[in-house]
Ligand binder design. Sequence first.
Ligand code: ADP
Ligand code: MG
Length: 364
Amino acid sequence: MSMEAPERETDEQPVLQVENLQTAFFTDKEVIRAVDGISFDIREGETVGIVGESGSGKSVTARSIMGLVDTPGRILDGSSIEFKGEQLVGKAERDYRQLRGSGIAMIFQDPLTSLNPVYTVGNQIKEALRLHQGLTGKDATDRAVELLEAVSIPDAQRRVTEYPHQFSGGMRQRAVIAMALACDPELLICDEPTTALDVTIQAQILELLQDLQEERGLSIMFITHDMGVIAEISDRVNVMYAGEMIEKAPVEELFDNPKHPYTQGLLQSIPGRHPGEDRLRTIEGDVPTPNEPAEYCRFAPRCPEAFDACDAVHPVNVSVGEEADDHTAACLLYPDEMSREDAVETHRARDATSQLTDPTEGSE
Ligand code: ADP
Ligand code: MG
């Protein structure tokens, strides 16, 4: 399991490096800053979790990396997404299509968005193999069967000739994973791939992803709203809230020592954490739509620990762990070895230097 993974070298270049990513939707009535200046990276062979409630910007993050942001959305100037050292922001659609087939693959929550109902599962995998590996005919058929076997679909010889509707939900998601593997990606982005499945099937899919990762050295970006799933699969975790990453840590550290009140609230809502209680504790209220510049803490209205400055100062990520940079939180309560005034002042000063220009100004 990922928690026992040995310490990795940190000086090698990450597979994916996201720096100050900002993706906004310019609607008639407002600018929605769906992803508002996030930074994170993914190293070779590791699983990085992105967790947060619905509406926090997880899917827009994934779509930004895949070059699939729909109008009226746009990645703003100053954003950087590097895949193996190559800048993806501003890439032409033609080059992106190439990349989507070979370097990075994505799996969505609903397998039916990736599968075409009028073609057999086999033909869809074969199409991916033709496009990305130039395989056709019997070679492609054999490879399609191998891929179905690789994702543990029983009776693959027969299954390869069947249509998506003949597959159960769990088998369909396996077929989608097989399709993603057809292009031999280095990075697999999974956007809530198990959310629509029952818990038993969910556990099987998570196990499958872990096996595939081990066999193929895949890097995985795993998006979910479920802290239980995060614990199961991630090496490192990024917690998202209203377009921002508000806490980052190695998985064990995050669960043992959560610092941001939002993360603490998410952990409280995991079933089974509070035996004897018949209701889940959840955080009151919803994620706000990030339609104003972040000049305050977007979590403050729901935060049990909020104080006056939280409405006036934008918290930046500061180190909160024993090991520098490994664990950060964007909350005015930290660094907690400082007086509260000094901590607030630290955030105010650091935010001022990072927000010299408003990237949405002058656009559309
Ligand atoms: P999550 O995946 O974490 O549930 P999303 O990334 O889907 O959240 O959405 C983040 C924010 O971006 C939400 O406020 C959502 O309403 C907004 N958003 C997403 N897609 C669009 C769009 N096409 N047009 C306008 N707003 C959008
Ligand atoms: Mg989503």
